[in-house]
Design a protein around this ligand. Sequence first.
Ligand code: CTP
Ligand code: MG
Length: 180
Amino acid sequence: MVGSLVATAFWAMLPAYVPNNFAVLAGGGRPIDGGREWNGSRVLGDGKTWRGTAAGTAAGVALALLLNAIHDPVSAALGVTLPTFPLQAALGLALGAMMGDIGASFIKRRSGRERGASFPGLDQLDFVVGALLFAFVAAPSWALETFTLPVLAVILVMTPVLHVTTNVIAYKLGLKNEPW
Ligand code: CTP
Ligand code: MG
């Protein structure tokens, strides 16, 4: 029961988990805010780029399509009926994850935190909130069916743990400047 909940939560959120990691790999180039400031601080900062955002979103959608392709054997092997991703759901999850992260940078800059500063709580959940919000708007009936309250509860606990772990690994590998 708990195992199938965790499997469903993880599978359903995978297209929202990979975009940020891909953005780290693909980042660089023109910042989204074009260098503009607002009240003396950058609107978003150099850490939010067009290339990172586009690559992250594309990676999330591509992963969702890949998961659709391997859905049947994986569901059978686990004995769990995992969700499949309609294109709107895939796009909502991936783009929403990137938007949540961008929204967090906007909040960080407004509160005087420079690029790379940590904001515990926000850093770990920004992309979950964005992904869920966008998924519910882009594919409402799919989202309602997929993100039941127990699944949402697992996501809220599991995500920060996964986020901290993957970021520490990315930091140790020299891919990220800070371990958050
Ligand atoms: N990145 C990007 N575009 C995005 C998100 C991330 O290019 N939309 C890349 C940037 O190179 C960024 C790196 O991924 O520096 C790490 O992402 P993140 O930790 O979100 O950015 P920070 O540089 O820490 O900046 P912030 O304080 O705004 O979070
Ligand atoms: Mg950061």
